[in-house]
Design a protein around this ligand. Structure first.
Ligand code: ZN
Length: 286
């Protein structure tokens, strides 16, 4: 049996290390995986994880880089039970709308980037409630309306994208805000809610583990602060080019250089599009 290491299982997305990492954990009801990565990384996942031994898949949300391989996993091992938010559930069972939306965002590059998700049989899919197989689970909207996090007994928060993206050991946190349903007010409440749960560790899919309570609080604080910066820039009318230039400049300022993996993990143009859409919709309502 492969022991859970507490460290991400690197899926070598697009041949790059440290971009997408999923987590294996032991639960009250057997071995589980937190997120499964895209369909294009399924072969790598099978090399790293004994799929036959898995009993559960906990999904943070249904974006293809997190959940795209769910159908392939369950096809290979129909015992696997998939846990996902109520809003996400129908799209795991029938991913056609998800695929159409991803096509609009990625065009033909979708096939090489993430591949298309395959449906998971409805009987294998469950709405994540307050407790799932021994973990506390709670809604964490913001990055996506249907995002959930899971907290285990040791204090590890399986965070998905709710606390932003950070390519550890880098310190800079990117509050990746893609369309269509980034929600800034919800995200602010999510940051509060996460801190209220006092996690001692954050397991990030992109990428790595933030250790200890103080570091976690600092990380969440930086995600919140920088989301306000990004949001303000878009609200004030920055163009896409200006926004991307400023984001790159901030990254270089914090880390010394821009990371070549950023376009793979949290493309700045997507955050611009997500935030621009958010403010456009807010103005329409006003
Ligand atoms: Zn996402």
């Amino acid at each position: 049996m492969i022991e859970p290491s507490g460290q991400p299982i690197d899926l070598h997305h697009q041949g790059a290390q440290g971009v997408i990492g999923v987590y294996r954990l032991e639960t009250d009801d057997g071995s589980a995986l937190f997120d499964c990565g895209p369909a294009t990384c399924f072969d790598r996942l099978r090399e790293q994880v004994d799929v036959g031994e898995l009993r559960h898949l906990l999904l943070s949300h249904i974006h293809l880089d997190h959940a795209g391989a769910a159908g392939l996993l369950v096809r290979e091992n129909p015992q696997i039970q998939v846990h996902v938010s109520e809003i996400g559930l129908p799209h795991v069972v029938d991913p056609s709308r998800l695929i159409a939306s991803a096509r609009r965002l990625y065009g033909d590059t979708l096939d090489t980037l993430f591949g298309e998700p395959t449906p998971v049989p409805a009987e294998n899919v469950h709405v994540a409630g307050h407790r799932e197989i021994g973990l506390v689970s709670f809604p964490t909207p913001g990055h996506a309306s249907h995002h959930v996090c899971y907290l285990d007994e040791e204090g590890t928060l399986y965070a998905g994208d709710a606390c932003g993206v950070r390519l550890l050991p880098a310190r800079h946190v990117l509050p990746h805000a893609p369309p269509p349903d980034v929600d800034l007010d919800a995200w602010e409440r999510t940051f509060d809610d996460i801190l209220k749960h006092q996690p001692e560790r954050l397991a990030l899919i992109h990428f790595g583990v933030v250790e200890d309570l103080e570091q976690v609080a600092e990380h969440v604080g930086r995600a919140r602060d920088y989301l306000r910066v990004w949001s303000g820039r878009v609200k004030r009318g920055m163009t896409e080019d200006e926004f991307i230039g400023a984001a790159r400049h901030d990254y270089e300022g914090a880390e010394g250089a821009c990371d070549e993996r950023l376009p793979l993990v949290a493309p700045f143009e997507q955050s611009y599009a997500g935030l621009a859409r958010y403010w456009r919709k807010r103005h329409e309502v006003a």
